[in-house]
Ligand binder design. Sequence first.
Ligand code: GLN
Length: 540
Amino acid sequence: MRARRTKYIFVTGGVVSSLGKGLASASIGALLENRGLEITHLKLDPYINVDPGTMSPIQHGEVFVTDDGAETDLDLGHYERFTHAPLSHANNYTSGRIYDAVIQKERRGEYLGNTVQVIPHITDEIKAAIRGTAADFDVCITEVGGTVGDIESLPFLEAIRQMRYDVGPENVCYIHVTLLPYIPTAGELKTKPTQHSVMKLREIGIQPDMLICRTDREIEQSMRDKIALFCSVPPGSVFTSRDVPTIYELPLVFKEEGIDEKIAEILNIWSRAPQMERWAQMVEKIKSPRNGTVRVAVVGKYVSLIESYKSLNEALVHAGIANDCHVEPVFIDSGVLETGDAQSILGDVDAILVPGGFGVRGTEGKIAAVRYARESGIPFFGICLGLQMAIVEFARNVLGLNGAGSVELDEKTPHPVVTLMDAQKGVSDKGGTMRLGAYPCTLSVGSKAAALYGITQISERHRHRFEVNNDYREKLAEKRMVFSGVNSDLDLVEIIELPDHPHFIACQFHPEFKSKPLSPHPLFAGFIQAALERRQQKSL
Ligand code: GLN
């Protein structure tokens, strides 16, 4: 087989953060993949944490989990939803992880007495990571987190600058994503911040090949020409990325702008035009659904920050695509259910979802939401902590086990229906090790879960410590709780359902990580279908 000539695309950001570099990278990935190229993605994050696993979702947003159990930046979720790139530990490096590797090598004496420095040791480690990740692909799209000008991202920028010399200029394309702010008093879009940010990049030796400018409106050719001139990029290499009603429209906008065409030209890639017909049909469905809107209460702790439930929100969008409807998430802080009346808070939604979470705060409110869903017949979907709260609720209110609870929340609970299983016991007194990444699960024939998946052997991703306590399974089953998904190797409960309820399913894993717009997750699709049915019944 011919050795691959891997092409490298580096995406940097300027002016402000949250410009959608991740979505821009994912959109480029989608277009190149649809040209028939094998692509991969890499995210370089400048912070010192070795991975985002320990960071609060309020600060950092969701922790995205890959099949191999890596806890990664949420941009990896975008990459997976937009492309087929198989992602793992290899696709997200932080400064902390790079430094950690260098320091460990230093301790082992691998630098042979040399002074260990940012250049070349840290930069070499970064380049080795990039090359390692890119090796088996036609194109590797590397996104550098943070904003140009930050002290923190300098080693990454220096490393990607050097890459051009290491692998040859014909194999490297630098794309800089910036902002053109609209100043209402002047009545115009301003190019100065973009000019300054490109200046900053050039100061450290990177001349962008292309600019993608975020705007909220169309810009004229004359403005593109002006930006090109001031930023020293060829005319025809300044693109805009205007605000779109759905993120899934972005690859189509990029195609229309000719971004993939320009990349192919710069990198001298011969490939077919991207085939985006299915994608375009999917976007059409999001924009004009035929079955109206369903409202889903999402009862959680981090509801104030949409970013912390990124994949969950996207999975709901996908489930809307599957049912040709719009899904409106109604975020409810579980705290309010602790004192408030469930009927008045949840009475007018079409379905209730209790997502994953950590810690005690708000859990009684989640239990109240589960109870309301169970008793009133509203479709219910529990995820991870959501399943655990469903178990606690059922144990308390159906089995009548007073004080039933989870040992995570109360170590002295008289009925630890959710607990640490032996395999999980270990490192810390309160925690133990997390069950992370993909685990197999067997579905029982005839269950709702099996009907939704259409198969009985599945694999889903986990991120939790606690499990349903097997000692209580028999009692729960006697009251018609069905354990429709189990991990038979570890003897763990993975899915529960209540057959006497119109739709009551909860899972211990996080199905949202595997949902894609072109393949909505069956558990989400089934949940939204049930919500739609309930809404239709209500209006009869
Ligand atoms: N806190 C729970 C556990 O560790 C649930 C975690 C989650 O919802 N991801 O098991």
